[in-house]
Design a binder for this molecule. Structure first.
Ligand SMILES: *Cc1c(COP(=O)(O)O)cnc(C)c1O
Length: 246
């Protein structure tokens, strides 16, 4: 959807469209939960707002969105003061460079893509400096994809224990982006492995580590992710339309 320089009638149509799409996706999430025999309240819906203009994000909030996701710190920092966030959280969901950790700690409500010990240590330092506690998820490279960030599945539990011991950081769960695949069974397998890892780690009862959030599922695969145990789905294009990278 073209967002900038829209005529007023186009803009009005786009606003209504986003509100309708948000409601539709909300319903689809609930349906998927019921189909999987899970209480719909167990799954949070995140509206992924990267590249989306503030006016359209406001429509999603008006339609009930209470959780927003941005993948770049700069964009999160820029948009934050422009949005009515009284009852809204903003999570950082993209790869974070250590040199932007301070900004992220200052401005995000949760950092979902902690993908290295080095980054976790830097976040911890920033939290101590700012007198803050930051909730984080650990990103798992569930497909062992060389092009992706994240902990290898076999190293995640050990990393989680080390990170949970760092001051200022609270590990709340795991997130993943599985490899792109046309084969739904393959995608389901990755989600299922993530869920198993999540359950195994939950069983360990490590101090300062709570496995409450399993963040997986995007526009193309969220019903599958919900069937396999996701507790947070991150939806962009199904709510806002195709992204225009400018
Ligand atoms: C963009 C993005 C999403 C949303 O993707 P859609 O396919 O548009 O729903 C989810 N998670 C992450 C980490 C993203 O960067």
């Amino acid at each position: 959807m073209e967002q900038a320089n829209m005529r007023p009638d186009e803009a009005t149509a786009a606003y209504a469209w986003v509100r309708r799409q948000y409601a539709r996706v909300r319903e689809a999430v609930e349906e998927a939960a019921v189909k999987a025999g899970r209480p719909p309240g167990e799954i949070r819906l995140m509206a992924v707002t990267k590249t989306v203009d503030e006016a359209l994000i406001r429509e999603a909030i008006a339609a009930g969105a209470s959780l927003l996701g941005e993948n770049r710190v700069q964009e999160l920092v820029r948009k934050r003061p422009l949005l009515p966030l009284e009852s809204c959280e903003m999570h950082l969901i993209g790869h974070l460079q250590s040199n932007k950790a301070a900004k992220a700690v200052e401005c995000a409500d949760m950092i979902e893509a902690v993908d290295s010990l080095r980054l976790a240590r830097e976040l911890s330092r920033c939290c101590e400096k700012q007198g803050k506690e930051m909730r984080v998820l650990l990103e798992v490279n569930i497909g062992s994809d060389a092009a992706k960030f994240g902990f290898a599945p076999a190293q995640t539990a050990q990393a989680a224990e080390e990170i949970a011991a760092l001051p200022g950081i609270k590990v709340c769960g795991l997130m993943t982006v599985p490899p792109i695949s046309d084969d739904q069974r393959q995608t389901a397998k990755f989600f299922s492995r993530m869920h198993q890892l999540f359950i195994d780690m939950r069983g360990k009862n490590v101090d300062n580590l709570s496995m409450d959030i399993l963040s997986m599922g995007m526009s193309g695969d969220f019903p599958l992710a919900i069937a396999e145990g996701s507790t947070l789905v991150r939806i962009g294009s199904a709510i806002f339309g195709r992204r225009e990278y400018r």
